[in-house]
Design a protein around this ligand. Sequence first.
Ligand SMILES: [Zn+2]
Length: 74
Amino acid sequence: MSSAQRIQSVCECQALLEAELDERRLVVTGWARRPGGARERAPANTVGQGERIDAVWQCPFCGRNTLRSFYLGR
Ligand SMILES: [Zn+2]
């Protein structure tokens, strides 16, 4: 049984995007944080199964939907 994972990316506005995933690679919680700033909740979702998923965040700072692909190898 695999454990929870955390993924990170960076928005075009330079906010750090983070999401915590459960063992099925679904988002438990998403956040965004500006450099040197406070962390805010950010709606996030993942699409895909297996080792390769796409994650999309809605950045609370700039409003962009930021899509990133991740390889979650074991
Ligand atoms: Zn942004």
